[in-house]
Design a protein around this ligand. Structure first.
Ligand code: PLP
Length: 430
């Protein structure tokens, strides 16, 4: 559920008309709803909060890569959330937003020694290791700093998550995690390394999952592994179950499993585990908490249906080009009339297409549209391709709103480059 609704014929974010924001800030602009973010955290906590193991309530560590805006992270910090980070940059952002270090989990296949040292100096809660080579490096870095790194291995349970190939991470031929069958040996070797304290197991099989079965299978394998590891003498105290629960993009399709259904599945799958559960939801928390507001530059006739050319493009919202993602597109002031159209951006790529032959609210030049469910993996993936400056972001709460990332002037793009003086020298002939 989100807080983007029609009021008096105009789309609002909570109590603020999207038109008012677009008039003041221009378009394209991302608009987030703080109430929606808070609501999603509460719903998720209600679903998993009672799964107390080992005397400890679960840790909800927001996957920062879904939306790293400081205002978003600050809302989550205020709710006591932790963070799942995949780079030193995300770690710094999470700390800057006030997320305590002990609630930070560091994931990712390519952590550098510098990033590991940053995490160790901050005193983060857990490193999720993705290879034995990484364990060796972390051991060296921790030993050099004279500290102990708390670690889990991300284990690849070899299940098919049934999601888009580019966001599926849990099958065996995949860059993420260590192979399930080799996990006992990997844990034995990690436990023998100085500077590492083996404390947990981690799994994350993919994103935008719309079926609980792959998760259920993955968690069953993790449960069996925890028993094996304990029998081998490891003190397994945390089980990180990752993120991945899907959100509704297309209101015409069946809704993905609810957090409550997910929580019930997890309760059954983890009964008797006796370890603190960690969850890393990203999309579920912020996906439906953001929209991208865009203006129609012009409508150009097409063979089958007209092209609605908008001022947002693939560089602002990459998901359709990258994952064939479907975003619901609504008029900010719907006239009630509908038509079939193709919605495209101005970038010089055929991939800069948001929708083809879509039945949608009829719009004309200068009307505004909102791409719904643009709070996750959206602004954060933006680029400046075609020398289009990064899109501004706005946070709404109740009847208040504020710019939480300013529109980047194109001059900033130009100023970021520099030209060596020798470019202007006469080339020597040889
Ligand atoms: C991306 C990611 C998540 C979050 O996934 P969502 O589908 O957004 O919930 C969680 N954990 C890890 C390790 C990730 O890479």
């Amino acid at each position: 559920m989100d807080h983007f609704d029609l009021r008096d014929g105009a789309l609002h974010a909570e109590q603020v008309p999207l038109d008012a924001i677009a008039d003041a800030v221009g378009t394209p602009v991302y608009v987030y709803s703080a109430a929606t973010i808070r609501r999603h955290v509460h719903v998720f906590r209600d679903a998993v909060g009672s799964l107390v193991h080992d005397g400890q309530a679960p840790l909800v560590a927001f996957a920062v890569k879904a939306n790293p805006n400081a205002a978003v992270l600050s809302v989550l910090a205020g709710l006591g959330c932790g963070a799942d980070v995949v780079s030193g940059g995300e770690l710094k952002r999470a700390r800057a937003a006030g997320i305590p270090a002990e609630r930070i989990i560091f994931s990712g296949v390519g952590k550098t020694a510098e990033e590991m040292a940053l995490g160790l100096r901050e005193g983060i809660g857990q490193f999720n290791l993705e290879s034995e080579e990484e364990a060796i490096t972390l051991s060296e870095v921790a030993t050099a700093l004279g500290v102990t790194a708390r670690v889990a291995y991300r284990v690849n349970p070899d299940v098919d998550a049934g999601t888009h190939a580019k966001i599926s991470t849990g099958s065996s031929e995949n860059k993420f995690g260590i192979a399930f069958d080799t996990a006992p040996q990997a844990y034995a070797r990690a436990a023998a390394l100085p500077g590492l304290a083996v404390q947990g197991v981690a799994v994350h099989i993919g994103s935008q999952l719309t079926d609980l079965d792959p998760l259920r299978q993955a968690f069953a394998r993790i449960g069996a592994l925890i028993e094996t590891l304990r029998a081998d003498g490891h003190d397994i105290r945390t089980a990180d179950l990752g993120g991945g629960l899907g959100v509704s993009y297309d209101p015409a399709l069946p809704a993905p499993p609810s957090p409550a259904a997910y929580g019930a599945m997890v309760a059954a799958a983890t009964a008797g585990w006796a370890c603190r559960l960690i969850f890393e939801p990203g999309r579920l928390i912020v996906g439906n908490a953001g929209v991208l507001v865009t203006s129609v530059i012009r409508v150009k006739p097409g063979v089958h249906s007209p092209f609605v050319i908008v001022d947002a493009a693939m560089n602002d919202l990459m998901r359709p080009a990258l994952y064939d993602a479907w975003h619901h597109i609504r008029a900010v002031r719907p006239s009630g009339e509908r038509f079939e159209a193709n919605v495209v951006g101005p970038v010089c790529e055929t991939g800069d297409t948001f929708a083809m032959r879509r039945g949608m609210d009829k719009v004309k030049q200068q009307d505004r549209l909102a791409f719904m469910t643009a709070g996750a993996y959206a602004a954060t993936m933006a680029s400046t391709y075609n020398s289009r400056p990064l899109t501004p972001e706005v946070m709404v709460s109740g009847d208040r709103w504020e710019i939480v990332r300013a529109r980047q002037p194109v001059e900033a793009l130009i100023a970021a480059d520099s030209v060596p003086a020798w470019i202007f020298e006469q080339p020597t002939e040889d």
